[in-house]
Design a protein around this ligand. Structure first.
Ligand SMILES: [Zn+2]
Length: 290
């Protein structure tokens, strides 16, 4: 089965779609859309084991992402295409060059629908996740009206209004896909996560949607320009409180994994890794890696 809708799914690391929105991803493939997964970094830092960090881990994780996609393909009899942006895990930058690359990708691929991480109202403030959202957001600003996708949705968002129903019988496929990320998840973790995910979705959305669902925030546009997020002072009290909570509590986790510099791991970047926002945010300075 195939139709003419093209959907781009941006993912910061090899496992984020499976962790963040697996049911929608699966459904998009099943419906015969032209599905492209855009992988921003190669996941070189995703382990506490120093022996494995770097090229060795990224090779394993490339196999894992391909195996996970193979599970989705087998479950739907449709195909997924993977595009790699090749940034270093933990160092996905927000700068002119990176925005230009994402803009060019959007111009070339001409997607109807785009999914990416929420750049502003994020569930977790891992900087690669934020920048995956921000790069798309700032690229949208550079596109002409005729080049814009019809819809842009943010996942891993704490401010959601758009819901896509999960099918109960898909849990098996989603579990198997998650299990392919062997360096990241153990079978027990997958079981716990699915149970938790499942329960959380039900509790959070049952009243509104009467079913378990994955939730998204939609990017709004005015005259072909994406509407900017509100300034902190302009947010209603509740939103401000939630924003403060998420942006301070969930920033730190991944920093523990980035305990060696890319040079020490012999990772050379083909791209400019300087970040125009990180240098202005004092929280990142404290954690400067050496
Ligand atoms: Zn991630």
């Amino acid at each position: 089965m195939s139709n003419n809708t093209k959907i781009l799914f941006f993912t910061p690391h090899p496992d984020d779609l499976e962790m963040g929105m697996p049911f929608t991803y699966l459904e998009a493939i099943r419906l015969g859309n032209e599905v492209v997964e855009v992988l921003m970094t190669n996941g070189e830092y995703g382990t506490t084991n120093k022996e494995f960090k770097g090229k060795r881990l990224s090779k394993i994780r490339m196999k894992e992402i391909n195996d996970a996609n193979a599970v989705f393909e087998r479950g739907t009899n449709n195909k997924v295409r993977l595009v790699k942006m090749n940034y270093i895990d933990g160092f996905l930058p927000l700068n002119n060059e990176a925005i230009q690359r994402v803009t060019k990708l959007l111009q070339k691929e001409k997607p109807d629908i785009v999914f990416t991480c929420d750049p502003w109202f994020a569930q977790d403030y891992h900087e690669d996740h934020l920048n995956t959202g921000r790069l798309v957001y700032f690229s949208l600003k550079r596109l002409q009206k005729s080049q814009l996708p019809k819809r842009v949705y943010y996942y891993l968002s704490n401010k959601t209004r758009f819901y896509i129903k999960c099918r109960w019988k898909d849990f098996k496929i989603v579990e198997e896909a998650l299990l392919q990320h062997r360096t990241q998840v153990s079978p027990m973790f997958v079981k716990m996560m699915l149970v938790f995910y499942n329960k959380l979705s039900i509790f959070r959305h049952l009243l509104k949607t009467r079913s378990s669902s994955e939730c998204f925030r939609e990017q709004e546009f005015k005259d072909g320009v994406p509407i900017s997020p509100p300034r902190f002072e302009e947010m209603p009290f509740r939103t401000r409180w939630i924003y403060y909570l998420f942006s301070t509590v969930t920033l730190w986790g991944n920093k523990k994994l980035i305990d060696l510099s890319p040079e020490k791991l012999n990772l050379k970047s083909e791209y400019d890794l300087s970040d125009i926002l990180k240098v202005k945010d004092p929280r990142y300075k404290i954690l400067g890696t050496s």
